[in-house]
Design a protein around this ligand. Structure first.
Ligand code: FE
Length: 208
């Protein structure tokens, strides 16, 4: 079953309240250690976050052989980084080109490449995004400040628990000669979902 997890967040504040109540009860009964919980959250925020995905994108921009491996089999290619986290589902890298832009959604719930992008943003889990991204992707993207030429084809990809996507955005102009580390600073989470573009480089921003 593709979507066996229950993560409908249509009532987020209610969910947050329930999570807190459950956490309080479990802590009071001594079933969980709050320090351990904090460590898990810390891991997701700092080690399993969008910086991982940014490193993958930056390498794809600088290393042609890696880019080819990534597009051929992203699940296998990203093992080169040794990221922490579960590797349960198949990962597919979607390459943006001047004529095709890719947008990722999970229409049924909130399937997301956690190892590369961390925890999904609230809007990704919201029913309006999940339905409208498919019906009217240009309108959704414009609400994120992204307007693409009418000549650019937009392809929407629906994630499942077994198949997750990362968008490889176009490398920004003006970054010739930048290192992988420098390039990674331009790669935003939203650009790897397809609702944004990488940051625009500041000329001379990496003199050191
Ligand atoms: Fe899902």
């Amino acid at each position: 079953m593709a979507h066996e997890h229950d993560d409908d967040h249509s009532e987020l504040s209610e969910v947050a309240c329930r999570v807190r109540a459950i956490e309080t009860i479990l802590t009071e009964k001594g079933y969980v250690d709050t320090a351990a919980l904090d460590a898990i959250i810390e891991t997701y925020e700092t080690k399993i976050g969008p910086r991982n995905g940014a490193r993958v994108v930056a390498r794809a921009w600088t290393d042609v052989a890696f880019r080819q491996r990534l597009l051929a089999d992203a699940t296998e290619a990203v093992t080169e980084f040794g990221f922490e986290g579960r590797k349960s589902s198949h990962l597919v890298a979607l390459e943006n080109t001047p004529t095709q832009h890719n947008l990722v959604v999970c229409t049924l719930c909130s399937c997301y490449p956690h190892t590369l992008l961390g925890l999904p943003p609230v809007w990704y889990k919201s029913p309006p995004y999940r339905s409208r991204a498919v019906i009217d992707p240009r309108s959704v993207m414009s609400e994120f400040g992204l307007t693409l030429p009418a000549t650019t084809n937009i392809r929407v990809w629906d994630s499942t628990a077994e198949l997750r996507y990362i968008v490889i955005p176009l490398r920004p102009e003006g970054t010739e000669g930048w290192s992988e580390v420098e390039l990674a600073t331009l790669v935003t989470r939203d650009s790897m979902i397809g609702v944004g573009l990488p940051l625009t480089p500041i000329p001379g921003g990496f003199d050191t």
